[in-house]
Write a protein that binds this ligand. Structure first.
Ligand code: FE2
Ligand code: FE2
Length: 168
């Protein structure tokens, strides 16, 4: 069974969306590398690697379904970020919420097209988005609690670094 053209296009677009996330997290990681927050740098880098993995998951699915892969241009990430870590994680949450919406739109499209294998493929992404939004929200809650207290921030930084270490 061939993938409907609309689904082919939307999945190709999703490779770009995941690579866009990859690039934004990589830029955030670079930002933290030149700050005192090396743990957040490590967390962002691990996150960036995960997003690349998501792009490749879609890439491999298109390959398996014999769909031509058309890579698209991604935008340059922001050149500068806030010095307050919480603001980067708020931007990360907004980014994840946007990706969740993209996946939901893809799911709806596959449903309308009665493309059942793609629906099945997308369920992993739906679940992944729930987890990612949850992880980032928890971190934001704790960063807000720490406010501008250096010792609180450094403690969250080192926790984030340890978690990222376990991940990659
Ligand atoms: Fe992703
Ligand atoms: Fe993500």
């Amino acid at each position: 069974m061939n993938l409907p053209a609309s689904v082919q296009n939307a999945l190709n677009e999703q490779i770009k969306n995941e690579l866009q996330s990859h690039y934004i997290y990589l830029a955030m990681s670079a930002h933290f590398e030149s700050s005192p927050f090396f743990g957040f740098a490590k967390w962002m880098r691990a996150q960036s690697t995960e997003e690349y993995g998501h792009a490749m998951k879609v890439f491999d699915y298109l390959r398996d379904r014999n769909v031509p892969i058309r890579l698209q241009a991604i935008d340059a990430p922001p050149a500068a970020f806030s010095t307050r870590p919480v603001e980067l994680f708020e931007a990360a949450l907004a980014q994840e919420q946007m990706v969740t919406q993209q996946i939901c739109n893809l799911y709806e499209l596959a449903q309308n097209e009665k493309d059942f294998p793609t629906l099945q493929f997308l369920t992993w992404f739906l679940q992944e988005q729930v987890e990612e939004e949850n992880t980032v929200s928890d971190l934001i809650d704790r960063l807000r609690l720490a406010g501008d207290d250096p010792s609180g921030l450094l403690r969250l930084d080192s926790e984030a670094g340890e978690r990222a270490g376990g991940k990659s």
